[in-house]
Ligand binder design. Structure first.
Ligand SMILES: [Zn+2]
Length: 282
């Protein structure tokens, strides 16, 4: 749902031997991406050899191919000064200015680099881990424990009632911003159970007719958002004060400030708006 279908990204682990053509380089300084400035847009370096930029990568991970061109994630030290005409920018800042396919590969790069940086030693026996060459994993040379990139599944749900949708304000949101409800899936729980529990915990109401909507990687820092729609089934608002500041029912004509286009939250809300506008036209 995030990418232009005419451009194909094929994930890979094993880098090609003897590459001669240019590759896409996703150069990260902590979680910031090196971009070429071409106002109002940005791009990422497309070069045969990253050495042309005189950068000294700490590590390199092969990501796969976009339209037959190889893609790499590399990390550089925090003090690295960007080459002329380039800057390091956060992923959120480049959304909408970087080609959408490149953006989602960058999101992958951020998560893989973050995993590599934060999973150096075995959690069971403390020995330094070795990168596997055949899959995206690290292995403990002593006890054999495998460590995969960390991914935290979270549900996100749009609850509707007639021509209204439920929106709530988290304490962490920007002033005036409302969104649909979301929360992390707990061990032992199905996605549908997580949807029911989160809505009940956060705002106190019951829901029914849970339908899968779509999913989206959310690399802030390593979530996978799984979207659903549901219908209000009863109960009064009773807010979890530690999380939710305010919740209410809104029609498409009185929407508050809502999240930007990057998020699946916005895709859910836009879906509801389109549906309502369609209904109004009948
Ligand atoms: Zn171990």
């Amino acid at each position: 749902m995030n990418t232009d279908e005419s451009r194909k990204f094929i994930p890979g682990i094993v880098p090609p031997r003897g590459r001669s053509g240019p590759a896409w380089w996703f150069v990260l300084q902590e979680s910031k991406l090196l971009v070429n400035q071409a106002p109002p847009f940005v791009s990422v370096p497309f070069l045969v050899d990253l050495g042309a930029l005189e950068l000294a990568p700490l590590c390199e991970h092969y990501l796969g191919q976009l339209d037959n061109c190889d893609c790499y994630a590399v990390e550089v030290v925090a003090e690295t000064i960007p080459p002329a005409g380039m800057t390091f920018e956060g992923l959120r800042q480049v959304y909408g200015r970087l080609d959408e396919n490149l953006f989602w590969i960058a999101a992958r790069a951020v998560q893989i680099i973050d995993w590599d940086r934060t999973h150096r030693f075995c959690g069971r026996c403390g020995v330094e881990l070795k990168m596997k060459t055949t899959e995206r994993a690290k292995e403990c040379p002593r006890c054999g424990l495998l460590h995969f990139p960390r991914l935290a599944p979270a549900i996100i749900v749009l609850v509707e009632q007639g021509n209204e949708l439920l929106l709530a304000r988290s304490r962490h949101f920007l002033p005036g911003m409302y969104s649909v409800l979301a929360g992390f899936v707990e061990p032992g729980e199905s996605l549908e159970e997580a949807v029911v529990r989160e809505v009940k915990e956060e705002v106190g109401v019951d829901i029914k007719d849970i339908q899968y909507f779509g999913s989206q990687p959310w690399p802030f820092p390593h979530s996978l958002m799984i979207g659903f729609t549901a219908t209000y089934a009863g109960g009064e608002f009773s807010l979890d004060d530690s999380e939710i500041e305010e919740a209410g029912w809104f029609t498409v004509d009185n929407l508050p400030r809502i999240p930007g286009k990057i998020s699946i939250a916005r895709k859910l809300i836009d879906w509801f708006i389109d549906k309502q506008r369609g209904h109004l036209n009948f």
